[in-house]
Design a binder for this molecule. Sequence first.
Ligand SMILES: Cc1cc2nc3c(=O)[nH]c(=O)nc-3n(C[C@H](O)[C@H](O)[C@H](O)COP(=O)(O)O)c2cc1C
Length: 470
Amino acid sequence: MTETTQKHILLNAFDMNSVGHINHGLWTHPRDESHRFSELSYWTDLAKTLEAGLFDGLFIADITGVYDVYQNNIDLTLRESIQLPSHDPSTLVSAMAAVTQHLGFGITVNLSYETPYQFARRFASLDHLTQGRIGWNIVTGYLDSAERLIGQSGLKDHDLRYEQAEEFLQLCYKYWEGSWEHDAVEKDKHHRIFTNPSKVHEIHHEGRFYQSHGVFQVSPSRQRTPVLFQAGASTRGIKFATSHAECIFIGGDTPEKLRQQVIKIREQAAQQGRNPSDIKIFVGITVVTAETTQRAQQKLEEYRHYASPEAGLAHYASSVGIDLSKFADDEIIPYQKSNSIASVNEKFRAQQISKNDLKNQHVLGGRYPLIVGSGHDVAEQLIQLIDSTGIDGFNLTRTVAPESHHDFIRFVIPELQQRGRFKTAYKTGSFRQKISGYGDLLPLTHPVEQYRCSSSTSSMHSFKHKKITA
Ligand SMILES: Cc1cc2nc3c(=O)[nH]c(=O)nc-3n(C[C@H](O)[C@H](O)[C@H](O)COP(=O)(O)O)c2cc1C
């Protein structure tokens, strides 16, 4: 076997600070506890469970806005709790960090509605409090409802959102890595020097979307820049992701499509001067598992009884920005350009699909690939998927919460470990060190390098960074 086929599988739990996340309708299952999502103990218990199962991270999705595209209203969204209500994910991190030592936290923030300075400050603070366990899933939004809520005139053009994201990141890099030298904080009581003034520098930024001048307010945290997650799948999205992201999420309904995306991502990363294997590629999956194959099938049937494929369709409608309720169940849905998630919408161009097809694919109310079987069956399929596509790991959705995570840890993890494909203990270090093995900081091949401040002890308090050309 080659080294590639032996690699350990990376694993994130995929969740949201809400009732319905991906697999809609399962909140009605008698054993499901997702209705407790606003209780802190729900999250601290989950964090402890995931760490006991040696998960690399808890990845928390988020949206700004509501799903109001299906039937042009939010009635089904409210009745089925399709990511509504949903609460701010970053508020959960400190509590979960306090009850764990190793688990990483990938937190989604939509940059379109943040100021770079306030956002960078919040995440640098979280990196301090978690001792280097914070990650950021960079999203730009896809909902018109968000624009109305925030008071803007309409969703920016798809590619323009990525242009803004480029500049947002450049400015964040300046704050996180360009303002404070690594040894600026001396905490020297004897000489009355908390921070050495010669080692803190103003940053200067005059761009197309943002302006900022001054020093950053947060001292260097362990990772400085949080671990960067992204899911760009359009042409512009992949360019953005391969330039900045350390972890990329991809979707695809066949292993061959996943393999092609992996090749494209690694090629583009190399073209941008990055080491292709520095980028870890994740696929979202749903798993139903039990002691035996038969018991797993029975569990699936039981779950199906509570799932809502129609709620899955409503979620899908908002993702593509097209009201799917307007089509008859068996009518082929024509491709129409929209301004939402371009890559998901492409499905209508590539395939002849109807609402019935989509509902059949949403067996458990969500669109992620479903794997059903004993721990042995699931482990074999996951390994097969990793080895045939070149991906690095999975984002595991929840079904009945928290039962499905307990099941995965009990039945699947030991099978993966027996095959040498999953760690048996955490390594030490930050989230970045654990995922990439490179250390706490982004490598020199990453674009952040051009925004880092000199580590010289020059007394120059203010220096100009390279002007951005966004
Ligand atoms: C696994 C995964 C998780 C995602 N999570 C979120 C999220 O939490 N919030 C969000 O606004 N978009 C999320 N997205 C959507 C992406 O941000 C992005 O819009 C999408 O992948 C399409 O990229 P494209 O516009 O380049 O096609 C997610 C996508 C994937 C594949």
